[in-house]
Design a protein around this ligand. Structure first.
Ligand code: SF4
Ligand code: SF4
Ligand code: FES
Length: 246
């Protein structure tokens, strides 16, 4: 253990004063099989960067929105394989980490103008949906807490509206798909359902259509040109006057 701590200390570049401080302020993680001591409280993404990894791919918004930082890990003495977003999950002592920069999944080609919102549309473009064995693994893998299996079942039934509503928060991270024993690309199915829903099913917002018409007719052109030409100080004052910033 002492030898381990000494080696790990080396890896934190001498930032801890003593072994006690090292154990208190740092956690031991294993990245791609190699041991590192990293500051407690860091996200997985930051811990990997701290350990020297550089993300050229597999990292985007750093805020839980883009779905680029899918990660899988195990914990010591725990049989489970965990899934997470690296930018949203803190490191824990004894984590065995690996980064998944990109995992391909089949995506059907379609022209939204020609697709019809019928009960079997999703099954026609994604026949693999029928292979679902209702194991719920996809739901357990989802970092957005989406009821993925329920959405897949709704897709099989042709309930496009339910699929769209259940998956509104999907960030296309692909973790459900990686874990699916039936190899279903759930997130591509869900995206198609939301597109069909938006185009053919949901009621059109009249006020948006009216505003678009006004914009096209040039009603705001002058005001917009004035804003674009304004110096930052003037824009800041304007923002403050609208009560949008402290
Ligand atoms: S449904 Fe799948 S792709 Fe979407 S956020 Fe959940 S795990 Fe990621
Ligand atoms: S993981 Fe795949 S097979 Fe299992 S419930 Fe989800 S979609 Fe169905
Ligand atoms: S980097 Fe975008 S969700 Fe993590």
């Amino acid at each position: 253990m002492k030898k381990q701590a000494a080696e790990a200390k080396y890896r934190v570049k001498g930032e801890a004063e003593s072994e006690e401080e090292l154990e208190e302020k740092y956690v031991r993680v294993y990245i791609m099989g190699k041991e590192y001591m990293v500051p407690a409280g860091l996200t997985i993404l930051k811990a990997m960067e701290y350990a020297g990894y550089r993300f050229i791919r597999g990292c985007g918004c750093r805020a839980g929105f883009c779905g680029a930082c899918s990660t899988i890990y195990r914990l010591k003495n725990d049989y489970k394989l965990y899934t997470a977003l690296a930018c949203q999950t803190s490191v824990e002592d004894g984590m065995f980490l690996v980064q998944l920069p990109f995992t391909p999944a089949n995506r059907s080609k379609y022209d939204l103008e020609k697709v019809k919102p019928t009960a079997n549309t999703l099954l026609v473009y994604y026949p693999e949906l029928a292979r679902c064995v209702s194991c719920n693994t996809c739901t357990k893998a989802c970092p957005q807490e989406i009821e993925v299996m329920d959405a897949v079942q709704a897709a099989i039934r042709g309930d496009i509206e339910r699929v769209a509503n259940l998956t509104f928060d999907c960030i296309q991270c692909g973790l459900c798909s990686i874990r699916c024993p039936a190899e279903i690309p759930q997130y591509h199915v869900f995206q198609m359902a939301r597109r069909i829903y938006g185009k053919y099913i949901v009621k059109k917002a009249r006020h948006v259509e009216e505003r678009i018409k006004e914009i096209r007719e040039g009603k705001y052109d002058e005001e917009m040109e004035e804003l674009v030409a304004s110096p930052p100080e003037k824009l800041k004052k304007l923002y403050k006057s609208l009560g949008r910033v402290e």
